[in-house]
Design a protein around this ligand. Structure first.
Ligand code: HEC
Length: 218
């Protein structure tokens, strides 16, 4: 019985010592890690490199003479794998489009820009889905400026008021606007309408513009 008690005490002491041994963390030393595979990605990480070739040798399954956590990239010694873009280059999106840089006040010029998309049924259908998400509540399903928030919203019996002055896109003032014009208005907003450029990708803005043109003809 005494021996059991002793064994228990010794075991607790060993477990305690092991726990304490992990408490040396500080600076670049994470201390003892009990599930290291969860902290260290073997793949390249954009912002960090593990340059210590012996890090993780004890779990290594790679047999390349290095620790498993070593993920340094000799081509970029700045302890980062991500690289800055080459100077004077301009980011393009996946379609190869340059950023839209026509300023807010250049609507007249923007209106002359042709849509890069074809008028296929699939694109117009996508435009309709996007219009339903982003425009319907103000401009209405038919584009007549009679969406739910334009005609007044009541929540639980409380009148929340309405968004005033929503354009009837079938009105004389708007019926002939171009897709470029609509793209520009979605991007920058206009007068009472707020910009939607930060919410809607350029490609989706062109899709919506195409759908609005279809809607105006109905
Ligand atoms: C919160 C309400 C609201 C939402 C959402 C909204 N609009 Fe508008 N929109 C307005 C208002 C208000 C006007 C009138 C702006 C003015 O002239 O003061 C307007 C005007 C317009 C015009 C005419 C601009 C002009 O004078 O040439 C177009 C085109 C338009 N909206 C398209 C859209 C499209 C497409 C969407 C969806 C991406 C959208 N709007 C979402 C409120 C909204």
């Amino acid at each position: 019985m005494r021996n059991m008690q002793l064994l228990k005490t010794v075991l607790i002491a060993i477990a305690g010592a092991a726990l304490m041994a992990g408490c040396k963390a500080g600076g670049d030393n994470p201390g003892r890690e009990y599930a290291p595979n969860m902290y260290h990605s073997v793949a390249y990480e954009p912002l960090t490199q593990i340059t210590d070739e012996s890090a993780g040798t004890w779990v290594n399954a790679l047999n390349n003479g290095r620790g498993e956590y070593f993920n340094s990239n000799k081509y970029n010694p700045n302890r980062m794998n991500m690289r800055a873009p080459a100077p004077y280059t301009v980011k393009r999106n996946k379609n190869g489009w340059l950023p839209y840089r026509i300023g807010k006040d250049s609507l007249e010029y923007a209106a002359t820009i042709k849509s890069p998309l074809d008028s296929t049924a699939a694109i117009i259908a996508e435009g309709k889905a996007l219009y339903t998400i982003y425009c319907n509540h103000c401009h209405g399903a038919k584009g007549e400026g009679d969406g739910k928030v334009a005609t007044g919203v009541t929540v639980d019996g409380v009148d929340k008021g309405l968004v005033g002055g929503v354009a009837n896109l079938k009105g004389d003032a708007y019926v002939n606007i171009t897709e470029g014009h609509i793209f520009h208005v979605i991007t920058w907003g206009r007068n009472l309408m707020q910009p939607h450029g930060s919410q809607i990708e350029p490609e989706d803005r062109w899709k919506i513009a195409k759908y609005v043109k279809t809607l105006q003809k109905k």
